[in-house]
Structure formats: structure tokens, C-alpha cells
Write a protein that binds this ligand. Structure first.
Ligand SMILES: NC(=O)c1ccc[n+]([C@@H]2O[C@H](COP(=O)([O-])OP(=O)(O)OC[C@H]3O[C@@H](n4cnc5c(N)ncnc54)[C@H](O)[C@@H]3O)[C@@H](O)[C@H]2O)c1
Length: 327
């Protein structure tokens, strides 16, 4: 049985806490939050959990094996390092840190202490995202040509990070996972701050990968509609993944094929023109057995610690996400 402490129970932390509490393979011993209101919130729901505003109570407790960090991004590095120095495994919310230098220090400390670092890239544990990965890996959609993603809302505006660092870790992490963590050839981004000086409300990010694979990510908290859509165009089929739709995945048997030309490349005297056929077949709406992603994420965290399972959102995955964000 793993003894867990959680730091931070603001907006997102309660979702993690609920899944930790309901997991029979771990016990949440302590929760630390600087805010008395947030500690009260936890006290009312989970009276058995010890509450504190002092981090040392977690780091100095030899019974705590692992720490879940769900505080604002700027605090991740400091808290992650302290937890590792105290000998605790860590699950850190996304993005894991604010720069590559920070990520590398976390990685080195974890290596030295032989501890697990996992990033809370929740979408990698989402059944729909995993379904798309299977379609790509099995070559059902052919070669991936390009992917575009929109994560938009008239939403909760943050002042500590911009829309890119707040939302795009999800899209980048998903695309990297689908494509087996390639190194981009180029990254270009453009964003504008309309509401708060220096904090981009809307950002367009373009990534070019080897093999002519292109990705475009559009994130914004200044948009009339809530959109969570990713489109994957393959050489054989195309997938629409809409995270807010009832049918989250639609596979379109659509494409453009070059038609074979009789005698092509044989009669060198006669120029020939290329012909194309537009393929427009069925649309498949697969049934997906959906599990709460955070439940799967926490099970994976425990498996990695207890059974040495390779962590799919470990430090190397998290590093690539930060590298693209910081490019
Ligand atoms: N995986 C997801 O889908 C998802 C969704 C939302 C947020 N997040 C991530 O979760 C993290 C937290 O985001 P949030 O929206 O919950 O933020 P928040 O500001 O609502 O909550 C943060 C909480 O941490 C507490 N806190 C701050 N500094 C602390 C410290 N040093 N020690 C102890 N407590 C401290 C605050 O009092 C607050 O209660 C961020 O990294 C964010 O990117 C992830």
C-alpha cells in the first residue's frame, strides 16, 4: 500500500484527490494547501486526511512514499525538487516545469535518487486518444499526413501562464504520443495578448515533423465556443476526435487517390496527364469503452512505482512537451 500526500487542491486538485482516495492500492495520508478555504473543503469531504499548510510535514514524513503536485506551474520545479530530495516519487501536473533547465534538474535528481517522475498528461490515459493511437499504429489510416487541434473556450483566464502553457501541453503530449515521440524539425508559434499585458490569450503553434508530417495547434480562452477537436489526416483514412461530442471518434474512409494510367512511364514520346479519384466511403463511429482518464493515470503511477512499469508520461515525454512549448 502506497502512502500518498497531495500538494494543492484548487480547481484541478480535487479531481486527482477523488481518484486517489477511491484507489484501493494507495492511501492519502496528507494534503497540503496554503489556502484555509481549500483545506476546509477537503476536511468536509475527507475527514480522515491530515491537513496542513506546511510542506515540511510531507517532506519530513518517512511514511509518505509519493507526492502528487497540483499547484500552479511556477511552483512545480521547487516542489518537485524538494519532494525528490526527501526521497518521494512524484506525479506533477502539466506542464512539469517552466523551462528545459528545470526539467533537466528534476530528471537528474530523480536519476540520482532512483525515483519516479511522472507528468500529469491526463489525455494519454483517455480511451479515445488511445483508440486513435491504435488506428495509427495498425496503419488503418495509412501514413499520418497532418494533424490539427483546437482547444478553445470563453474560459477561465489565468495570470500565471498564457494560453499556450496552460492548454497546449495537452495537444503536444497527445501528438507526441500518437507519433511515438519524434523530434520536431521546426516549431513556430504566434500569439497575442489582448486582455492582460504579456499573457497571450490566443496562440497558433506549428510543428513540422520528419516524414512531411505537419501539426497545427490553436489554443485560446477567448473564443465563443468550447471546442476540443483534433483531426488526423492519413493517406488512407481520416479521423475526427471531438472530446466534447457523444461519439468522440469518427473515422472517415475518405481520401484522394492517384489513378493508375495505362502505359504510364512506358511511352516516353507522349505526355500524359495525372488523374485522381476522390474516395468517399463510410464513416465509422466506434464504440469506445470509456474509463475516467485520471483513474487510469493513477493506476499507472502506482504500477510504475510498485512494478517498475515503464512510465508513458515520464520525464522524457514531459521534457519533449516543455521543449516544444519553450521553442
Ligand atoms: N490535467 C488537466 O487536465 C488539468 C486541468 C486543469 C489544471 N491542471 C494543472 O493543475 C495545476 C493546478 O491548476 P489549478 O487550476 O488547480 O490551479 P489553482 O490555482 O486553482 O489551484 C492551485 C492550488 O494550489 C495551492 N498552492 C499554491 N502554491 C502552493 C504551495 N506552495 N504549497 C501548497 N499549496 C499551494 C493554492 O492555494 C491552490 O489551492 C496546474 O499545473 C495546471 O496546469 C491540469
Amino acid at each position: 500500500m502506497l502512502n500518498i500526500a497531495q500538494i494543492g487542491v484548487g480547481y484541478w486538485g480535487p479531481n486527482l484527490l477523488r481518484n486517489l482516495v477511491s484507489n484501493k492500492r494507495c492511501e492519502v495520508k496528507k494534503v497540503v494547501d496554503l489556502s484555509p478555504e481549500r483545506r476546509d473543503y477537503v476536511r468536509r469531504l475527507y475527514p480522515a486526511i491530515q491537513l496542513s499548510d506546511r510542506l515540511e510535514e510531507v517532506f519530513r514524513d518517512p511514511l509518505i512514499n509519493a507526492v502528487v503536485i497540483a499547484t500552479p506551474v511556477a511552483t512545480h520545479f521547487d516542489l518537485a525538487m524538494k519532494a525528490l530530495e526527501a526521497g518521494k516519487h512524484i506525479l506533477v501536473e502539466k506542464p512539469i516545469a517552466t523551462s528545459l533547465e528545470e526539467v533537466d534538474k528534476i530528471k537528474e535528481q530523480a536519476r540520482r535518487a532512483n525515483l519516479l517522475v511522472m507528468a500529469g498528461h491526463t489525455f494519454i490515459f483517455n480511451s479515445a486518444v488511445r483508440y486513435v493511437k491504435k488506428c495509427i499504429d495498425s496503419n488503418e489510416i495509412g501514413d499520418v499526413r497532418y494533424i490539427y487541434s483546437q482547444r478553445l473556450n470563453l474560459g477561465r483566464i489565468r495570470s500565471d501562464v498564457d494560453a499556450l502553457w496552460n492548454f497546449a501541453p495537452h495537444d503536444i503530449s497527445i501528438i507526441q504520443y500518437w507519433l511515438n515521440n519524434p523530434k520536431p524539425l521546426s516549431v513556430f508559434k504566434q500569439g497575442v495578448d489582448y486582455i492582460q499585458n504579456g499573457i497571450h490569450d490566443v496562440v497558433f503553434l506549428n510543428i513540422v515533423y520528419p516524414g512531411k508530417i505537419m501539426a497545427n495547434i490553436h489554443v485560446s480562452w477567448l473564443d465563443p465556443r468550447k471546442v476540443r477537436t483534433m483531426i488526423i489526416v492519413g493517406s488512407k483514412k481520416m479521423i475526427v476526435y471531438d472530446d466534447v461530442a457523444e461519439n468522440k471518434i469518427a473515422i472517415y474512409d475518405k481520401g484522394i487517390d492517384r489513378m493508375a494510367v495505362l502505359g504510364e512511364n512506358m511511352d516516353y514520346d507522349k505526355p500524359f496527364s495525372l488523374s485522381f479519384s476522390h474516395r468517399s466511403g463510410d464513416i465509422l463511429l466506434p464504440t469506445i469503452n470509456f474509463q475516467e482518464p485520471l483513474k487510469v493515470e493513477i493506476d499507472h503511477f502506482i504500477d510504475c512505482i510498485e512494478n517498475g512499469t515503464e512510465c508513458i508520461t515520464g520525464i522524457d515525454h514531459a521534457r519533449k512537451v516543455v521543449e516544444i512549448l519553450a521553442s
